[in-house]
Design a protein around this ligand. Structure first.
Ligand code: FAD
Ligand code: UDP
Length: 367
């Protein structure tokens, strides 16, 4: 049996950035992936020439020049700027929270008018926000909290906004300008030709075993290389000895429709509590598709159970404490390196995963 410099568990972005540097340094790599395809959550499926984001909408954005130059060296990016729409019982608002949102909500036109209303609605919250509800109201006032945040967030996270940490909502920009760009980052876009082009470039020259769960025969696969890079769930690597880390999962329901343009935008958030899904994605708009058909995906949040895909880590105190116990074991390993959103149990965007991988490859390969 061939012996490798690296056995790489998982084929997402973290694994890919590591593999790319390893290959550049002349190292041999075996990739072990439990799914039937490469790419982790950025994988796209081709349906009638449309790149369908199979594991949820992925928009690349970063403020790091190094990350942007790196991904552009693998594939060219288009000029896509994410500007989702919120639908609250049929009322349409621009996201993120900006002058377009405030104007539609209150019939006003100037930043001073918007500030005055938010100031008045913030009312009694004069202390540091203790939870997501207080954070949201103090940022954008009660009307926007009730119509655009409360229902969406409680569906997404399966618990009350009063029991959620405030940092979740701080991801979203609040702007007193007429600017619908969902992100503040300097660089943004979608790979021309789809995300799979990045994956193909990152893993070029690696041997690959698909449909293979590393943890089902750990000793055998460990013995196949000098060093293992593991990007799966940390608790599963340690046989859940301290218990199961919690995640939120998602169910995706896709449909091919015989119409060229279903919703006029890539992402519509359904922010009421009653609609069971949080968003509808129309994939062709990420790449300005012109075909006569379209593919849409409804995204339903679900409570994670074993066997489901672990999409979002639940970084509350209880889970964080359990994670730290696993992390202490991981730090003692001699021949296993851990990284990526599952092994680090972090709500990472793609650029942050790449930065985290750079930190590792800078040390290992002196890049
Ligand atoms: P993953 O992509 O999860 O890769 C891990 C891989 O390891 C998987 O392929 C898995 O099957 C495999 N694996 C796990 N365990 C084993 C095992 N035991 N044996 C073999 N293989 C195993 N980021 C953005 O920047 N912009 C966005 O718009 C965006 N949207 C998102 C939307 C959704 C719904 C989600 C869930 C995430 C989104 N992200 C977004 C985050 C982005 O998906 C991640 O940052 C990135 O894909 C993580 O890469 P990774 O390599 O760490 O993990
Ligand atoms: N959010 C909201 N209303 C929206 C969109 C987002 O209340 O229309 C909140 C929700 O709590 C969500 C958080 O903002 O979890 C972060 O949103 P983001 O779009 O960054 O989430 P992701 O794309 O990672 O699921």
């Amino acid at each position: 049996m061939k012996h490798y410099d690296y056995v790489i568990v998982g084929s997402g972005l973290f694994a890919g950035v590591f593999a790319w540097h390893a290959r550049k340094a002349g190292k041999s790599c075996l990739v072990i992936e439990k799914r039937g395809h490469m790419g982790g959550n950025i994988y796209c499926e081709d349906v009638e020439g449309i790149h369908v984001h199979k594991y949820g909408a992925h928009i690349f954005h970063t403020s790091s020049r190094r990350v942007w130059d790196f991904v552009n060296s693998l594939v060219e990016f288009n000029r896509y700027t994410n500007s989702p729409i919120a639908n609250y019982h049929g009322e349409i608002y621009n996201m993120p929270f900006n002058m377009n949102t405030f104007s539609k909500m209150w019939g006003i036109s100037t930043p001073d008018q918007a500030r005055a209303i938010i100031e008045q609605q913030r009312g009694q919250i004069d202390h540091e926000p203790r939870n997501l509800e207080e954070q949201a109201i103090s940022l954008v006032g009660r009307d926007i909290y009730e119509k655009l945040i409360k229902g969406y967030t409680e569906k997404q996270w399966g618990r009350s906004c009063r029991e959620l940490p405030s940092f979740i909502i701080k991801r979203l920009p609040v702007r007193y300008t007429y600017d619908n760009n969902y992100f503040n980052d300097r660089f943004q876009g979608i790979p021309i030709g789809g995300y799979n082009k990045i994956i193909d470039a990152l893993f070029e020259g690696c041997d690959v075993l698909l449909n293979t769960d590393f943890n089902e025969d750990r000793e055998k696969y460990m013995a196949m290389g000098d060093t293992v890079l593991y990007t799966g769930m940390l608790d599963s690597f340690y046989n859940y000895q301290f218990g199961h880390l919690e995640y939120r999962s998602l169910k995706f329901e896709s449909e091919l429709l015989d119409t060229p343009n279903y919703q006029g935008v890539a992402v519509v958030n359904y922010t009421d509590r009653e609609t069971p899904y949080t968003r509808v994605i129309e994939h062709k708009h990420f790449e300005y598709g012109t075909s006569s058909k379209t593919v849409i995906t409804r995204e339903y949040p679900v409570t994670w159970e074993e066997g489901m895909e672990p999409y979002y880590p639940v970084n509350d105190e209880k889970n964080q404490a359990m994670f730290e116990k696993y992390e202490a074991l991981a730090k003692k390993e001699q021949h296993v390196i851990f990284g990526g959103r599952l092994a680090e149990y972090k709500y990472y965007d793609m650029d942050k995963v790449i930065e985290s991988a750079f930190k590792l490859t800078d040390t290992v390969f002196n890049a």
